[in-house]
Write a protein that binds this ligand. Structure first.
Ligand SMILES: *[C@@H]1O[C@H](CO)[C@@H](O)[C@H](O)[C@H]1NC(C)=O
Ligand SMILES: *[C@@H]1O[C@H](CO)[C@@H](O)[C@H](O)[C@H]1NC(C)=O
Ligand SMILES: *[C@@H]1O[C@H](CO)[C@@H](O)[C@H](O)[C@H]1NC(C)=O
Ligand SMILES: *[C@@H]1O[C@H](CO)[C@@H](O)[C@H](O)[C@H]1NC(C)=O
Ligand SMILES: *[C@@H]1O[C@H](CO)[C@@H](O)[C@H](O)[C@H]1NC(C)=O
Length: 391
């Protein structure tokens, strides 16, 4: 009696500890085929139900060496554990034909959607292929994103995941406090429409690092509600560069602050460091710092455009206020004529804009051109071109 009591106590106390790191839910155990043909959506959904219900920190496994055909999947929390790992080592593929996608309602928003999954870690070396080719040709359809993670804190993405050929944006990160992304690859053709690599909105305390992003739109776009964000060690291209905005569309009030972007190589992009806002908007983009950016064939290496979506004649008395912005150590070759374009409005000029140590030449080796409208700040250090509008 006494012995069995001790054993029972041991079992009760230690069993959860011993098994804490070994709770795995493999999609193959829930009926997934992984042959790239059969629909594996239900198997993933069942594996998620058990993953999310696990008290011990669970790992949902999508094993390597297989390709899983999936329809739009919703991974909805909150889950029992606040540490959930999804290990994607196999490949995920969306239906190639847009009309074969099965969505809630008639509109497809995401292939994979995580909502309120706190402490989510996505790892693995898998490829998630959105098969966007047919979507890109049919501009009348509302095009879905490959993945959105929304209203989830403590999110981490690592391990070498690849997102490719999304119908629209690749990875939307929306409403996350404490987010880290590293070793991510995003690949889509330079002429694929609106295929942003990463879109950040309502995110705080963010670090995106050591990633390679080439698409037909912004490599990274940072929009309303985002603050305290660091982006570094990125190779961007082809694409439209790293953008703050667009902000203030349709008179909206948007706020972005505390963004640092450093050590980025832009290869064959239309922009490098960009801030774009619409006339008539409100709010601000402030405390934004770009440092050590390298350009290899960039049309507008540095651009602030307060007239986005219009032209200088669309000017309004309102605009998103732009202040405390710096560009330090910007080096490379412009594929257009310009190195720097700072276009701000008379009614709401850009303030405290600093350019320090700039060396941008044209493909022919001449100092690139520059233009400033309604910008206050200063230029210092080595300056090619001379940027006399800020001296
Ligand atoms: C996020 O992580 C921090 C530190 O580990 C923890 O204190 C906090 O409770 C977590 N938040 C959520 C919503 O799980
Ligand atoms: C640059 O990107 C464009 C658009 O994607 C592409 O057509 C062109 O071949 C690329 N050029 C180089 C030099 O990579
Ligand atoms: C932008 O975010 C702020 C909160 O950060 C919010 O109050 C505002 O409504 C948002 N703007 C739009 C256009 O949604
Ligand atoms: C400019 O931005 C930096 C970094 O966010 C911040 O530390 C500094 O206080 C800001 N300066 C002003 C004048 O707001
Ligand atoms: C910047 O503004 C000038 C003058 O308003 C305009 O001619 C030019 O096209 C603008 N450049 C860009 C890149 O928007």
């Amino acid at each position: 009696m006494r012995n069995s009591f001790n054993f029972f106590t041991f079992f009760l106390v230690c069993y959860p500890i011993l098994t804490a790191s070994t709770v795995v839910f493999n999609v193959l155990d829930y009926g997934a085929n992984g042959n790239g043909q059969a629909d594996d959506t239900q198997a993933f959904a069942k594996a998620w139900v058990e993953t999310c219900a696990s008290l011990s920190p669970p790992t949902m496994i999508i094993p390597s060496g297989r390709t899983f055909l999936i329809q739009p999947l919703r991974f909805v929390g909150p889950c029992k554990s606040n540490s959930i790992t999804v290990k994607i080592d196999g490949n995920l593929v969306a239906p190639a034909n847009p009309y074969s996608w099965r969505c809630d309602g008639n509109v497809c928003h995401q292939l994979v959607y995580f909502h309120e999954v706190y402490g989510l870690t996505l790892r693995g070396q898998g490829v998630i292929d959105g098969q966007g080719q047919q979507w890109w040709q049919n501009r009348n359809l509302y095009r879905p994103t490959i993945m959105e993670i929304a209203n989830s804190d403590n999110v981490s993405i690592d391990g070498g995941l690849t997102f490719k050929d999304s119908p629209s944006k690749h990875l939307v990160l929306n409403g996350i406090d404490s987010l880290s992304v590293s070793n991510l690859n995003v690949e889509a053709p330079g002429d694929s429409p609106n295929t942003d690599g990463i879109l950040l909105q309502y995110c705080t305390n963010v670090h995106i690092t050591t990633s390679r992003i080439g698409t037909g739109d912004d490599c990274i776009a940072i929009v309303n509600g985002t603050s305290n964000t660091r982006i570094d060690n990125i190779v961007c291209g082809p694409g439209h560069g790293i953008s703050i905005g667009s902000l203030g569309r349709n008179g909206e009030e948007d706020k972005v602050e505390g963004i640092t972007v450093s050590n980025v190589l832009f290869k064959n992009t239309s922009n490098g460091a960009r801030i774009k806002t619409w006339q008539g908007g409100r709010g601000y983009a402030r405390d934004i710092h770009f440092e050590k950016l390298w350009f290899h064939g960039t049309v507008y290496p540095i651009i602030i455009d307060q007239f986005y979506g219009g032209n200088q004649y669309t000017t309004s008395e309102h605009a998103v206020e732009i202040s405390n912005v710096s560009f330090r150590v910007m080096v490379g070759i412009s594929s257009g004529d310009d190195a720097v374009v700072l276009n701000c409005s008379k009614a709401v000029p850009c303030k405290d804009v600093v350019v320090e140590n700039l060396h941008v030449v044209t493909a022919g080796g001449k100092p690139a051109a520059y233009g400033c409208e309604n910008v206050f700040g200063r230029a210092l250090g080595h300056l090619i071109p001379r940027l006399s509008c800020l001296l």
